[in-house]
Design a binder for this molecule. Structure first.
Ligand code: ADP
Ligand code: MG
Length: 455
């Protein structure tokens, strides 16, 4: 198989496992420039992209390439300008893309050029349950009276629970209401950062300001990624103030509440907190079934209730995965020409639940924790009692115990040579707090998602 073909096949897989915005941002202009036996070199059009692919997506890329060609062992990243990217052939998809084709056909990736909004995210196809009731009501209120009541609106919740859907639904609804009379911009925090970095490099800051300070509605997705990026935070702060004084509506999403975002300037945090904060938690069984039914309607497909319940019972904490599971079952039915029996369905679904569980090790877990809390290895391991280190360290102990079933002494020795009683104490403390500390339990869920996803 040619290198380009291999890459395209891998892209089809990657595209399914990360958000569209991220896919477009990081993969659009990247391509394999050469192959030496097991090593593939990936050319990136700037340093920023290289860094992201290397640090955040290396595992996914490698895994996807290896699934097609197990001989691939290693990836290297280089910056290559200008981009001489071969066109991505749409036909060259492997058989596994059936599921994707169906999504494409039905979902359509219609990203509006002016607003960067995807039209498939609407209020009409957003199912409301007790887990997202408040966020939904706040989003609706913003749509009815933008720039007045809840400004900014800050929506937070774990991976795959509908944040992007909801924030874009606000944009689409206002777009429908005002047409091009109001300027609407949806942007992910990574895109915002990248645009800013480019503007600084090309000395086009005036243009940058012009773009972001003349909008009527600014939607910024996943602001937790601003952690530690001082320059970007500063610019966002000024953009925010400028828009806010003009009563322009701003909506943010994040995977955690403002006060849990590490390395963020206090003044920006207080802006995040200055309007309405609404969370999205996990959907209950009834809501998960309702979501599956709504997706079936959109796909004009049908499955019996027992099957829907089997799916809804097997995937509880991530609506994207719930949809993925539904697609799996539908693909099966399409190929076999009949619906799976409950037993068959269970076996199809069992592969989906934590597919990476066996690849998870100490490093996966500590890496996710360090990234999440924005601390380095020293901070995690050293003998510091500062709160910013103690909590992540205790959570690390708890997760090592829970996920890897490591012994207390082993955990102690791996985490900076601590006594096993310290570890026992930490695990018990976290375990007990989980019962009443909603925030902690959301944090742990978010971390687990990342750990299983990264494995
Ligand atoms: P997040 O941004 O929180 O990671 P997304 O908004 O991307 O999650 O949602 C993941 C998938 O689940 C999307 O396809 C979205 O349309 C779907 N989804 C999430 N919540 C709902 C809901 N309440 N009703 C219908 N679909 C939903
Ligand atoms: Mg999202």
């Amino acid at each position: 198989m040619e290198l380009q073909e291999l890459w395209e096949a891998a892209l089809n897989e990657i595209e399914l496992s990360i958000s569209r915005a991220n896919f477009a941002t990081w993969f659009k202009n990247s391509y394999p420039s050469k192959r030496d036996d097991g090593t593939i070199t990936i050319a990136c059009h700037n340093g920023f992209t290289k860094e992201w692919l290397e640090n955040r997506y290396n595992k996914i890329i490698l895994r996807s390439l290896r699934a097609i060609d197990p001989k691939v062992k290693n990836l290297e990243y280089v910056i290559q300008i200008p981009v001489k990217k071969p066109e991505r052939k749409q036909q060259a998809r492997p058989a596994i893309s059936l599921e994707r084709d169906m999504q494409l056909e039905l979902g359509g990736i219609a990203v509006d050029k002016d607003t960067n909004l995807n039209s498939r995210y609407s209020f009409e196809n957003f199912v409301v349950g007790s887990h997202n009731e408040l966020a939904h009501a706040a989003a609706l209120a913003v749509t009815e009276n933008p720039g007045t009541k809840y400004n900014p609106l800050f929506i937070y919740g774990g991976v795959g629970l509908g944040k992007t859907h909801l924030i874009q639904a606000v944009g689409n609804a206002l777009r429908e209401k005002y047409g091009s009379k109001k300027r609407i911009t949806y942007i992910t925090s990574e895109q915002f950062s990248e645009t800013l970095v480019n503007a600084i490099r090309k000395q086009t800051m005036n243009e940058f300001k012009q773009i972001f300070r003349t909008v009527d509605l600014l939607l910024i997705d996943d602001v937790q990624f601003f952690a530690g990026k001082d320059k970007v935070q500063e610019e966002l702060f000024h953009t925010f103030n400028d828009l806010h004084t003009k009563n322009k509506q701003i909506v943010f999403t994040s995977d955690r509440p403002p006060k849990a975002i590490p390395s963020i300037e206090e003044r920006l945090r207080s802006r995040f907190e200055g309007g309405m904060i609404a969370d999205i938690s996990f959907p209950d069984l009834e809501t998960r079934i309702a979501i599956l039914k709504s997706k079936l309607m959109q796909k004009q497909a049908d499955l019996d209730d027992t099957l829907l319940e089997t799916i809804a019972l097997s995937i509880q904490r991530n609506i994207r995965e719930l949809e993925g599971a539904l697609n799996r079952i539908l693909t099966y039915s399409k190929i076999k020409g009949k619906n799976p029996t409950p037993k068959e369905a269970e076996s199809i679904l069992s592969e989906l639940v934590h597919p990476n569980a066996k690849n998870i090790n100490l490093k996966t877990i500590t890496k996710v924790i360090m990234e999440y809390y924005d601390i380095d290895e020293q901070g995690l391991l050293k003998q510091s009692r500062a709160k910013e280190f103690v909590r992540p360290r205790q959570i690390a102990m708890y997760l090592l115990r829970e996920i890897l079933k490591m012994s207390y002494p082993t955990i102690g020795s791996k985490l900076g040579g601590r006594d096993h009683t310290t570890v026992i104490h930490a695990c018990e403390k976290i375990g007990k707090s989980l019962a009443y500390d909603l925030e902690l339990s959301q944090e742990i869920s978010a971390l687990k998602e990342k750990i299983y996803y990264a494995g």
